[in-house]
Design a protein around this ligand. Structure first.
Ligand SMILES: C[S@@+](CC[C@H](N)C(=O)[O-])C[C@H]1O[C@@H](n2cnc3c(N)ncnc32)[C@H](O)[C@@H]1O
Length: 240
């Protein structure tokens, strides 16, 4: 298990082509090719925004995100947890003492912020790593956790399959995600607005993330609507 605070040089993710953004599983060769074309903007964007990130989100964080994070952490059991797209470490205050955490992100500047937040002895390491190509053996973790990440991972299904791989059988993946709304009318509006939002923020607002989680091979145990059917808390399990 890695113990360093950061490790640079792993593969990076970027923006998905317009549309539903489901992508599809790709071979490592195909992925490397896509990465060359697409991953740099995403990494650059988050590196650039890192010093401002917590400030930009201060209001929604206080008004709603905190409550959503607390709700998600009811499902945290550990003992060994991988947080993917840990960003500036906004979830760190919510981890109970009994769990041991490894945090990964493609943006080293986001990670630097995370290392500055209170580090309890149960943080094993923060690593620069792409969700689509996790450098951990199969079945390493008891749980994975990610909040507002799979809207920006270039190939979400590839990333979700990686989560599945590094989880132990019956291990749980916990998510907070914003997703494409189900109604036809609102769904179409989200599709129309998506290119604009992607160009400004890099996040896709029209991803069918619950469907993607199932497609990656998980069993979805809970799907809780936190804000209409747009922001969801999802608990998924790796089959035996
Ligand atoms: C919207 S931010 C959310 C950060 C944090 N999880 C939170 O709740 O505040 C998305 C994060 O996902 C990271 N990210 C995007 N694509 C990634 C990938 N392919 N692998 C790992 N991290 C990724 C970004 O660098 C960024 O830190």
């Amino acid at each position: 298990m890695p113990t360093s605070v950061t490790r640079a040089g792993t593969r990076r993710a970027g923006r998905c082509p317009a549309g539903t953004g489901t992508g599809g599983a790709v071979t490592p060769k195909g992925l490397a090719k896509r990465e060359k074309m697409n991953t740099k903007p995403e990494k650059i964007r988050y590196n650039r925004i890192a010093p401002l990130y917590d400030w930009l989100e201060i209001l929604p964080e206080r008004l709603v995100f905190r409550a959503w994070r607390r709700r998600l952490f009811h499902f945290v059991q550990g003992p060994l947890i991988l947080e993917v797209g840990i960003g500036t470490g906004k979830n760190l205050p919510y981890y109970p003492d009994r769990v041991t955490l490894v945090g990964v992100d493609i943006s080293e500047r986001m990670l630097i912020r995370a290392t500055r937040k209170t580090i309890t002895p149960n943080v094993l390491g923060f690593l620069t790593m792409d969700a689509q190509t996790l450098a951990f053996p199969d079945g390493t973790f008891d749980q994975t956790l990610s909040t507002f990440v799979f809207c920006s991972v270039y190939d979400p299904i590839q990333g979700l399959q990686e989560l599945l791989r590094v989880l132990r059988p019956e291990g749980k993946a916990l998510f907070l995600e914003h997703v494409r709304p189900e109604s036809r009318f609102r769904g179409k509006w989200f599709d129309r607005l998506n290119p604009l939002v992607v160009s400004i923020m890099g996040a896709h607002i029209n991803r069918p993330t619950v469907r993607n989680i199932r497609q990656a091979g998980f069993i979805v145990e809970q799907e809780i609507n936190l804000w209409s059917d747009i922001v969801k808390l999802i608990v998924a399990r790796k089959p035996k």
